[in-house]
Design a protein around this ligand. Sequence first.
Ligand code: MG
Length: 370
Amino acid sequence: MRIDRIELFHVAMPLKQPWRTAYGEDATVHSVLCRMTSGSIDAWGESTPLAAPCYSPEWGGGIFAVCRDWLAPAVIGQNLPTATHLQERLALFKGNPFAKAVLDSAWWNLHSKVSGKSLHVALGATRDEVVVGADFGVMDRIEELLDDVGRAVDDGFPRIKLKFRPGWDIPMLTAVRRQHPDHTFHIDCNSGYQLSDLPLFRQIDEFQLAMIEQPLAHDDLNDHATLTRQIETPICLDESIASPRHAQQAIDLKSCGIVNVKPGRVGGLTNAVAIHNTCQRAGIPCWVGGMLESALGASMCISLAMLDQFTYPGDLFPSSRFYHEDLCDPPIQLHRTAEGLPAVRAFDRLPEPIPARLESLQIQRALIAS
Ligand code: MG
């Protein structure tokens, strides 16, 4: 598969409401899309690091520049029959997983089209439907959150994730648990705490949560291993796992009991599958997270989530959860399983940008051709 042409698009997608977490607030989601062409076939990829380097060290404008100036020139004109060939071309460049995921995701979509296989099948999945979770950010008032959580419980979401940060912590959790003593909840701290907050985490043990997601620093494995030994609630790592090597080290160090896998954060679908396989061998459950991607990036997360070891329901949302109008078509929609649970289905063909919408949301674009 010779890569003949790469077009890059840096976009800002306005959210229905700002998304608030321990690392800040986003009113628009910054994402980089890529159209990769081989001969007469083209396919799209997407990676969504957000606007500022606050979730991770990468950001929308940064990954656009890295792709334009370094990564795309390294693959253009090359024959890349497998994902390993692509990764070898990118391996020279240190770090930058979100930037690498722009090209890796486009390569997988292109490979899927050229080989005539649906993406989830190409990734190794054998199922085509998975149940999804619900996820709520920091809000102005706890009553507002209780309304949303109540609706999600009534709608049958099997687990609910709550963003957690100083000032939106124990009183919030107490109120939610009081109303829903038996439902499955977990919290996501987005690296907002330190090991010195151990008394807080011991208090959290009383709420019987499914996990505490990324309590400590975004690049830490060691302190998480220490915290794991001192509390009962399992720790899930998100930000700290930026590559398959990190996943293996986290397992060796016993830094976590669960892994959140996001294709962008780990360098693309190739590495996401590798981490899934590593977790499977080690008996560590994992689940698919999201970065509020457009329907294109979300459909890639959905395809990935069809793999067997993704046993905990993923952050896989309908487009209408965050966007008045999705950049891509068709939008992501939920349906009900035979048991009545909210779920998503794998795509035979992934959503693609609506040209006029891409034009209106675009901040910058670039063309790299051989
Ligand atoms: Mg997270």
